[in-house]
Design a protein around this ligand. Sequence first.
Ligand SMILES: [Zn+2]
Length: 440
Amino acid sequence: MASTPEFQHTVGKTASFSGTSLHTGEKVSLKLHPAPVDHGIKFKRKDLQDEPTIDARLENLKTVERATTIGEGSVRVHTVEHVLATLSGMGVDNAIVEMDANEPPIGDGSAQPYVDLIKRAGVTAQEEPRKFFDVREPVHVESKTGALLVLLPDEKFRISCTQAGPDNRFAQYLSMEVTPAVFEREIAPARTFVFYEDVEPLMEKNLIKGGSLENAIVVRGDAVLSKEPLRFPDEFVRHKMLDIIGDLALIGRRIRGHLVAVKPGHAVNADLARALTREQTRRSALSVTRAVPRGDGGFDTDEVMQILPHRFPFLMVDRIISFESETKCIGIKTVTINEPFFQGHFPGHPVMPGVMQVEAMAQVASILLFKLAKTTSRIGYFMSADGVKFRKPVFPGDTIFIHAELTKSRGERLAKAKCHCVVNDAVVSEGELMFTFLDK
Ligand SMILES: [Zn+2]
């Protein structure tokens, strides 16, 4: 582990540059703005009404076909991986990436223009420590196409990467510790490359209007076609490292570990990011104190019932054990065999219905909202539940720790909460809930 705490960083001032977008071929300008601690990286679509922002987080990952696309609702930002890689590689934790189109300028197909941008903006330390994902035991993901990623414990962030094209043409290997200096010198200048047979159909369909030898290297047979000569003899494997750094930035933490990557690509990179996020969720659940204090810092049953209108048999929270912040808390529900739903679900094999867990999440999230709004004269209605997963059955005798975090509240009428339920240190269910609030 690092001996001195590392602090979060943002950019020193706003800086911008413009260019052409790869897929539409239109002109786009990109502005990088400083952001406060724990903000993370957010993209802002200046060209759309209300200028929506999209969190560069895994839960907003939409597609990984050839490039990485993130989105929320109907808003999309395409080809974010080189911008994200550069911010991460250059040590920027918090920033707003403002654009007037749905894709950043492609530049020369490398991360060089973004490095130049960050150097113009400067990088400054902030007062909160950085968040890390420390690899404690090997994590591995594989794809049917032969990609393999293995993440091993290490005190530094290292990547050992093997890249090989069709028929193992242009097989290259490189291993490096990734620091801002290494990123800038060894990785950022490496350009996008494509194998001709892969892009031919896209070119025929006119899907890469901004694409040319100015912003990508094209490999045809054994020939390398590009506007300027190769910048490194092993430029391809370096660009693969660039893409890995960008895709893994979506986990919102810096990795301390050694990634061994064979034939990586956006899809398998995203699979690894998902595995790390799951592990992080599990760890966060573990770090919760198992003692359940009354009073201090939480709400007892009485206080819960003053806030929630729910009563037997529909009150699904016994107590709030702690508020981690204004927007985050943990409730508990002790599940007994006396719960009425066990009579029918199922006789002889009592399992708590998943929908009751979603109800418990909704009730804990409502408590957060009422506390924030300082009123109980309204009632919350469920609008939607996204990404709901039931991972393990809940039995009589289990104690459920219900974690809820408000991720968005628009005015006082609409709110979104990320929730998960934990039993015996394992996540049993999770989901993202949306509510609206109406007067009683
Ligand atoms: Zn790339």
